[in-house]
Write a protein that binds this ligand. Structure first.
Ligand code: GLY
Length: 364
């Protein structure tokens, strides 16, 4: 089992990564002396495939364990569902001495994380991601929240978990689209750190689809390590944490225009491609490097819906991104691998021309 530390001054915690490590969860809770009144939040799909395994973990533990099941899907990231969790907690006598365990993908982690952040001004939280995307991104770093008025993550809080347990066994039952979504975020990390990881991904990223455990574990360890290091330096995203948004401004615009019919990580792949073109166009990325840098996202087969977005509508959606300042879109653009330029502004024409390139070059 691999252990990565998120070295925050106030709330440091560990990320445990390995195969079948969920069986040791009760021991980890005891080691950390966490509360024994536990609410486990999962969606219906996770419950269907994994609840027997999870129940086994707490058999004979002597702890108070209850389960709260969500409807799978983005619509659960709502005030209504948050309200239901509060009611469940209250009606079942959970007080401040509660440990909430969120087992699932980004929706479950964000919603249950926000419930933990706010119920009785904050209860203990553990994240157990069951998707690749949640493992390398949303379960780490304390971003929690719900959607509001059809806008994603409009209400939320930074709230760090006590522990993150990444059990690679969960990733065996993922559908291809879900794998691609995780790969989108993993590809993003390929530009944030070093050339060695970039070329490792170039050689191995498609092996994730074959269920290659060694590759899956390696990319999670590296990606989670990059995210942990960034978050440790800038928990609340006032500076360097912005690099984690590489490709995301374009991605959010694309997701909005395509009515969220694409997975987040798929949109990140397209967003990274757009960011590379924009960076080259603005002279931040040397044009000689462009083809080399494009080789990684273009390895991934993308849904044809990416040929159907409307560039002007995507731009409009990007103009409403909550990361904008003074009505200006701020981009994270790569100058080299390991060197991102933050808060770059670009003309509308330059943005539109990068989006047009995306439609043409993606691998369908
Ligand atoms: N998903 C980007 C971040 O956690 O900062």
């Amino acid at each position: 089992m691999k252990k990565i530390n998120v070295s925050l001054k106030e709330d440091p915690y560990s990320i445990l990564i390995g195969s079948s490590i969920i069986s040791g969860l009760n021991d980890e809770i005891n080691k950390l002396k966490l509360y024994e009144n536990i609410l486990i939040v999962m969606d219906g799909n996770v419950a269907k495939y994994h609840s027997a395994k999870i129940k086994e973990v707490f058999k004979n533990s002597g702890k108070k364990i209850k389960y709260y099941n969500l409807k799978p899907g983005e619509t659960s990231k709502s005030y209504k569902e948050l309200n239901n969790i509060y009611s469940f907690l209250l009606e079942n006598g959970y007080g401040r001495d509660t440990l909430l365990i969120a087992i699932g993908g980004g929706v479950t982690g964000d919603l249950a994380g926000y419930a933990a952040a706010t119920y009785m001004r904050g209860i203990q939280l553990i994240h157990i991601p069951t998707t690749l995307l949640a493992a390398v991104d949303s379960a780490i770093g304390g971003k929690t929240g719900i959607n509001f008025q059809k806008k994603k993550n409009m209400v939320g809080a930074f709230y760090q978990p006590r522990l993150v347990v990444i059990d690679t066994v969960f990733f065996k039952t993922l559908q291809r689209k879900e794998q691609t979504s995780g790969i989108g975020e993993i590809i993003k990390y390929g530009y944030l750190a070093d050339k060695t990881f970039f070329s490792y991904l170039n050689d191995n990223v498609t092996k994730i689809y074959d269920g290659n455990e060694k590759v899956i574990e390696e990319v999670i360890i590296k990606s989670a390590g990059i995210k942990a290091a960034v978050v440790s330096q800038d928990e609340k995203e006032t500076g360097i944490r912005k690099i984690l948004n590489l490709g995301h401004t374009f991605a959010h615009g694309l997701e909005t225009d395509l009515n969220f019919k694409v997975k987040h990580g798929e949109a990140v792949i397209a967003g990274v491609v757009a960011a590379l073109y924009l960076s080259a166009d603005l002279g931040l990325l040397n044009k000689d490097k462009l083809d080399d840098y494009l080789s990684l996202p273009l390895k991934i087969k993308m849904p044809r819906i990416f040929q159907k977005f409307n560039t002007k509508n995507v731009l409009q959606a990007m103009l409403h991104d909550k990361k904008n300042r003074n009505g200006k879109i701020k981009f994270v653009l790569p100058a080299e691998i390991g060197k991102m330029i933050l808060d770059v502004e670009a003309s509308k024409n330059a943005v539109i021309s990068s989006l047009q390139k995306v439609t043409e070059v993606l691998n369908y």
